[in-house]
Design a protein. Structure first.
Length: 287
């Protein structure tokens, strides 16, 4: 089994924090998920490292996640949150880096697809914040639906030296068999900069939760692999969100199947090396 970095998972505790995106249909995952739960599912799946990703717009969560990363050998890095619209975004990043676990800060993310403005990424204040992330040599995770892809393409074109990572292949409507405009736009995003990567993640929750099959996901995953190239793809579970549609083991097994026809070197790149490049990780012999 090829070693694997799971580039996208979360932790949360619904008894202590409100998660605005967690609607009633997500009640099945409305409980605490901690490092113990994470270790229990990653070890049998052959996962040797992970990237912990923010869940809400909270500086305090960012600090908490970095502290958890410092105390957890499995976690290689944290994609945190800072207020991109704030004039003090550089100071926020500096504070995170100076705090416990600051060396694990590898990226920043915001729930762009929840903003009313589909061009939010192109706002002047947001552009200033993105420039601060680039100047700090951090990666920016793009959480998008097809609606926001045109703005993302322009943002990436205007800042091609930034490291960008597209989460969840930009959430095509797999359950409805939706293809365009997603397919054309994701191809344009791939072409916008060689420093833009994509996560093979989050697909099952865009498919029919109760009846999805490998064949449902295959054309979407293969289109992304073809357009970005295997050297700019990586694997993410989106655990615990994925539990709405599949177990952690099934997610990892399915994603391994989606890349199984590629040469072994390219499979290894998708499993480990591409994530190390995108997030500037220092991979040790344990990965």
């Amino acid at each position: 089994m090829i070693p694997l970095i799971d580039t996208h998972h979360h932790l949360w505790d619904t008894s202590k924090t409100d998660y605005p995106w967690m609607t009633k249909e997500l009640d099945a995952i409305r409980r605490r998920f901690d490092v113990g739960d994470l270790t229990a599912v990653t070890s049998p799946a052959g996962v040797t490292g992970t990237i912990l990703v923010q869940t809400i717009s909270s500086f305090e969560e960012s600090q908490e996640f970095l502290a958890i990363a410092e105390d957890t050998a499995l976690i290689c890095g944290v994609v945190a949150w800072v207020d991109l619209t704030s004039p003090g975004v550089s100071d926020q990043i500096a504070e995170l880096k100076a705090g416990k676990g600051g060396s694990f800060l590898v990226g920043i993310r915001h729930q762009v697809h929840d903003e009313e403005d589909e061009n939010w990424l192109l706002r002047q204040d947001v552009q200033r914040g993105l420039s601060a992330i680039r100047d700090r040599e951090l990666t920016y995770d793009l959480l998008l639906r097809p609606r926001e892809l045109p703005a993302a393409i322009k943002a990436v074109q205007e800042m091609p030296d930034m490291h960008w990572v597209v989460d969840h292949i930009a959430k095509p409507e797999i359950a409805q068999g939706g293809w365009e405009p997603w397919a054309g736009l994701i191809s344009d995003l791939a072409a916008a900069s060689p420093s833009c990567w994509v996560k093979l993640s989050g697909m099952v929750t865009e498919a029919d939760w109760n009846a999805w099959t490998f064949e449902d996901l295959k054309p979407y995953a293969h289109h992304v692999i073809e357009t970005f190239g295997p050297e700019r793809c990586m694997i993410g579970s989106d655990w615990p969100v994925c539990l709405l549609a599949a177990s952690y083991e099934r997610i990892i097994d399915t994603t391994r199947r989606l890349i199984a026809e590629l040469p072994a070197k390219q499979q290894s790149g998708i499993a480990v090396e591409n994530a190390a490049m995108a997030y500037r990780l220092e991979i040790d012999a344990g990965i």
